[in-house]
Design a protein around this ligand. Structure first.
Ligand code: C2E
Ligand code: MG
Ligand code: MG
Ligand code: MG
Length: 285
């Protein structure tokens, strides 16, 4: 699959970066078609609460499984943003995520879904109302869906982003600041955010075991976020040593390949079942 291709360092096709190419126009029309015909998919990656070892949520990540060249998620999103498809794409992702949540409930798993949104979505005047209606049409309680916004995307337009986040927050939907530490927001900005969660960017996390500087930054970030009332997720945890360090630093939650890369729905439920089975045998044994 594409996760393997990425791990092997294979070259990806990046026409989305070349704004005027014919390839990009073809790709954009393929994407429009894929979205219309439900040919996109959501992969799921678990978020683990360190204190209890429980999976407390899943992040939904866009995939385009049957495209001839693997197109990475950030390329799909860049293309959608450039071609006006991001509005319907985000709405598709949100609706699919609520459907995923229902299917998980049927299988006995009560898990919140985290959905990434784009800065363009923050500029849609009707987005908060859409979110509110969507949640009530699925009879979903607040907390069923968390919206993730990257620090960098907010900082493109800090004043309007803050206003948009406040209207979203007013609908009751929890907000998370993604890729934190990869951009440069000021502390006075951070303290005003109506978010409940901060996700520390994987560039600060992956080499924690060997980079003393990263340990200082991550520890300081965790303490600061806790003092401001945010819970903290570390992204990009790839080994046990990193998990142990984060636990010592008081980090709340982790995500990363150490647990599992993002998986399609059936593989994710198989993974959750297997984890539950191991937990039970530990308790009995
Ligand atoms: P993100 O929201 O920060 O998601 C985490 C990314 O890190 C995912 O890449 C995930 O596969 C990858 N990852 C997770 N654990 C590890 C690890 O241990 N090591 C490494 N090296 N990588 C890890 P992915 O799925 O390619 O997504 C890239 C970005 O594209 C996302 O970053 C998010 O910003 C964006 N994205 C993905 N799906 C959507 C979507 O539905 N809507 C929007 N607006 N953006 C999306
Ligand atoms: Mg995210
Ligand atoms: Mg992130
Ligand atoms: Mg990212």
């Amino acid at each position: 699959g594409s996760e393997d291709a990425r791990d092997r360092g294979l070259a990806f096709y990046h026409p989305a970066r070349d704004s005027y190419s014919a390839d990009r126009l073809t790709l954009a029309s393929d994407l429009r078609h894929a979205l219309k015909n439900d040919r996109l998919a959501l992969y799921l990656q678990p978020k683990l609460l360190l204190k209890t070892g429980e999976v407390v949520g899943l992040e939904a990540l866009i995939r385009w499984p049957d495209h001839k060249n693997p197109v990475p998620a950030d390329e799909i999103i860049a293309l959608a943003e450039q071609t006006g498809l991001i509005k319907p794409l985000t709405r598709w992702v949100l609706e699919q995520s609520l459907a995923v949540r229902s299917r998980l409930l049927e299988q006995g798993y009560t898990l919140g879904l985290s959905v990434n949104i784009s800065p363009n979505n923050l500029r849609e005047k009707d987005f908060p109302l859409y979110v509110q209606r969507l949640m009530s049409s699925y009879h979903s309680h607040h907390g069923a869906i968390t919206l993730e916004v990257t620090e960098t995307s907010m900082m493109q337009d800090p004043v309007n982003s803050l206003a948009a986040l406040k209207s979203l927050h007013a609908t009751g939907i929890p907000l998370s600041i993604d890729d934190f530490g990869s951009g440069y927001s000021s502390l006075s900005y951070i303290k005003q955010l109506p978010a409940s969660e901060i996700k520390i960017d994987r560039s600060l996390v992956t080499d924690l075991a060997t980079e003393a500087g990263d340990r200082v930054i991550v520890k300081t970030t965790i303490d600061m976020c806790h003092s401001l009332g945010y819970s903290v997720v570390a992204e990009g945890v790839e080994k046990q040593e990193t998990l142990d360090l984060l636990e010592q630093m008081g980090c709340d939650m982790i995500q990363g390949y150490f647990l599992t890369p993002p998986l399609p729905f059936d593989d994710m439920t198989a993974w959750l079942d297997e984890r539950a089975r191991q937990d039970n045998s530990r308790k009995i044994g």
